[in-house]
Design a protein around this ligand. Structure first.
Ligand SMILES: [Ca+2]
Ligand SMILES: [Ca+2]
Length: 338
C-alpha cells in the first residue's frame, strides 16, 4: 500500500497531539502518533520469518506508535498488523523444564521494540550506534540521548547490555595498554551510569490484541515525550533462550546471542531458530524486521547493503515540514537553540 495513506492520519493526530501538549493537559492526552506502512515486515525486502508457528507474516509488522501523557510519565502504545502472540501456559522450552510463561512474564515473547530518542536535535550530539545485535547506525542528525528497549525479558536484557558494554569498554581501554583493576572499576562505573541515564527497559507492560502498551517515567525522559524530538523505532525478533541464537550450520548467523541483547539473528536460507533471507557473505547484516523511517527514505535501502544511515522521525516536523513560522503549538519551547 502507498505509505501516504498511512501518513496522513498520523499527521492529523500529531497536530491534535501538539495542541493537547501545549495546554499542559496530563489526563490521558495523546502526545503524538506515528504510523508505519503495513506489509513491510521484511527488513531489506528479502528477510523471512523463522519457520515457526508463532511467527506469521504480519506478526512483527509495526503499524503505529502512539505516546500518551499519564501521571508521572509517558505511555507508549505500539500496534502491530496481527494479534501479539502470547506465551503458551505450561509449554516447556528447555530440558530443565523452564516454561514459556516463566521466561516471558510480561505477556509477549516474539519481539523487541527499540526506540532511540534524539532529545536535543543537534547534529552529531549523542550516540549513533544501536543496541548490540541490531547492526545499524543512525544518521548523525539523529544521534540519540535515550533509548527505550521493550524486551520480553527486561531484567535479563539489562544485565546482558551491561556485560556487553563493559566488555567493549575494557577492550577499548586494552587497546591503549594494560588495564589496571582500578581502571576496570572506573570503566564499570561509567557503564553503569550510561545504563542508568540512557537506557530504559519498561516493566509496566500491557498486551491487548494487536497492541502492547508500556510506561516510561518522566524521571527517565526528563518529562513527557515531546513531538519535537526524533524517534527511531525498530522491531526485532526476540530470543527467549540463549541456545536458539547460536551459530547454525549455515555459519553466518549475524548475531550470536553473546553479542546481541535479545535480538534474533539472520542468515541465508530459512531456519526455525533465526530469521531467513539473509545476504550471503554479509555477516553484519541487520536483523531488524521492521523500521520506521521518515517520508522520502526507504526502509529497504536503510537495511540493504551499504544503505544510508538511519534517520529518526520527528512527529512535529511531519506536521509542518516547511512552516516554522506557523506557530506550531508547543513547538517554541521545544526547539533547542543554535
Ligand atoms: Ca510496518
Ligand atoms: Ca517500516
Amino acid at each position: 500500500m502507498a505509505p501516504f495513506r498511512h501518513l496522513f492520519p498520523s499527521l492529523l493526530l500529531a497536530v491534535l497531539a501538539g495542541a493537547c501538549h501545549a495546554r499542559g493537559s496530563r489526563g490521558e492526552a495523546l502526545l503524538f502518533s506515528l504510523e508505519d506502512p503495513r506489509g513491510d515486515d521484511h527488513g531489506d525486502g528479502e528477510l523471512r520469518y523463522p519457520l515457526r508457528q508463532d511467527f506469521e507474516p504480519g506478526s512483527l509488522d509495526l503499524v503505529s506508535l502512539a505516546a500518551h501523557a499519564e501521571s508521572g510519565g509517558t505511555r507508549f502504545e505500539a500496534t502491530f498488523a496481527r494479534p501479539i502472540v502470547k506465551p503458551q501456559r505450561g509449554r516447556t522450552i528447555d530440558a530443565a523444564g523452564t516454561t514459556m510463561t516463566d521466561m516471558a512474564r510480561f505477556g509477549f515473547y516474539t519481539f523487541n521494540l527499540d526506540i532511540y530518542v534524539d532529545t536535543d536535535r543537534v547534529e552529531g550530539s549523542g550516540r549513533t550506534d544501536t543496541l548490540p545485535g541490531r547492526n545499524l547506525t543512525l544518521a548523525s542528525g539523529s544521534a540519540w540521548e535515550k533509548v527505550i528497549l521493550l524486551s520480553p525479558r527486561p531484567y535479563e536484557s539489562r544485565d546482558l547490555l551491561r556485560t556487553l558494554w563493559a566488555r567493549d569498554a575494557r577492550e577499548e581501554a586494552g587497546r591503549q595498554g594494560a588495564v589496571s583493576e582500578s581502571t576496570v572499576r572506573t570503566l564499570d562505573a561509567q557503564v553503569e551510569r550510561q545504563l542508568e541515564e540512557r537506557v530504559f527497559f519498561p516493566t509496566r507492560i500491557r498486551v491487548f490484541g494487536n497492541t502492547v502498551s508500556f510506561f516510561v517515567p518522566d524521571s527517565f525522559l526528563g518529562g513527557l515525550a515531546r513531538s519535537s524530538w526524533g524517534y527511531a523505532v525498530a522491531v526485532t525478533g526476540a530470543t527467549l533462550d540463549r541456545r536458539v541464537d547460536l551459530p547454525s550450520a549455515f555459519g553466518s548467523v549475524t548475531a550470536p546471542s553473546e553479542q546481541s541483547v535479545s535480538a534474533l539473528g539472520i542468515g541465508p536460507g530459512v531456519s526455525r531458530e533465526r530469521l531467513g533471507g539473509g545476504r550471503l557473505g554479509d555477516p553484519n547484516q541487520s536483523p531488524i524486521v521492521d523500521l520506521m523511517v521518515p517520508e522520502g527514505i526507504r526502509q529497504e535501502e536503510v537495511l540493504g547493503p551499504k544503505g544510508p544511515a538511519w534517520p529518526a522521525v520527528t512527529p512535529a516536523s511531519s506536521v509542518l515540514p516547511q512552516a516554522p513560522d506557523a506557530g506550531a503549538p508547543g513547538g517554541q519551547g521545544d526547539t533547542p537553540g543554535p
